[in-house]
Design a protein around this ligand. Sequence first.
Ligand code: NAD
Length: 338
Amino acid sequence: MVGVTHNITLIPGDGIGPEVAEAAVRVIDEAGVKIDWDRVECSEKIIKETGESVPTPVLRSLERNRVGLKGPVTTPIGGGYQSVNVALRKRLDLYANVRPVRTVPNLRTRFQDVNIDMVIFRENTEDLYSGLELEVVNDVVTSLKVITRKASLRIAKAAFEYTQQMGRKKVTAIHKANIMKLSDGLFLKCCREIAAGFPDITYKELIVDNASMQLVARPETFDVLVLPNLYGDIVSDLAAGLVGGLGVVPGGNIGEQHAVFESVHGSAPDIAGHGIANPTALLLSSVMMLQHIQEVAAADRLRHAVEEVYREGKTLTPDVGGKATTNEFADAVIAHLK
Ligand code: NAD
């Protein structure tokens, strides 16, 4: 891919978003990847002005470029506009939420002595998130859990293809089919069908409650996980907690045509403008983005450089116990790219 210029949408977002986004742009540039960034504004201010959860120029840019890097956007709680992330997932059919969870060297956590390296594939479009709720009679409500063959097959396929591409070894499907025999049963059936096409990859199944216990007791035994939406939501945050929390894990929302990579933390209004935000999550999301656009060597170098900065422990931001600014952290990463 040497010499190719990629067109990528950059959504800096709100709060610390622009600070970490500019650090990521600088670092990616130093990693030698040529990117023509299409900067578009998707912020609380512009959403309020336009009344659109995803402003049209943002959507058009992502439709054109097919790949985006996104910082956090402030979302009002309890009312106001729909979350930008939910709106983007729906508009671009980003059906796979992918979250690699890896031990960050030298970062103090309860699990710092364990080598954790797993990737979570969460189905992003259905299950209990279909929004089909009904008050049957007064004080009795139902919420419909929708599981389809189409959505289950495509998330399972995405997980297995990724496992093969990355030279990983094992996929674990997580379910509660002992109780939800039809819905989770269909999810499992689809996972088994896809697994049959990948005989070199070990396929396992775990009931979600047991999986949660195993994740805490033996996190190093997990490789790639595939889950329906709700279990995926809960388990991916549980897994993030094992390696230091949402501030250090990346994320990608991926569909057939489009992919948006983003840090999973919020806009951190309490520290915005102070220049001390930790850009790790967006840098690791950039690693995923570089893999997605086939810049695999640059992706490996960038991830290694971020890990080296943690290993040295001299240039860390205040949230992880250091005194460095966002730019000093980015400079340290750049120094390790050389
Ligand atoms: P938050 O993640 O913004 O902040 C929680 C705490 O973590 C704060 O103390 C903050 O300073 C710290 N923090 C977060 N990211 C950090 C970083 N990179 N470096 C250093 N410290 C960091 O969560 P919140 O306060 O609940 O949410 C703030 C706003 O962000 C809300 O409007 C929320 O809706 C929005 N949000 C957006 C996204 C997104 O766009 N992906 C995700 C989550 C929250």
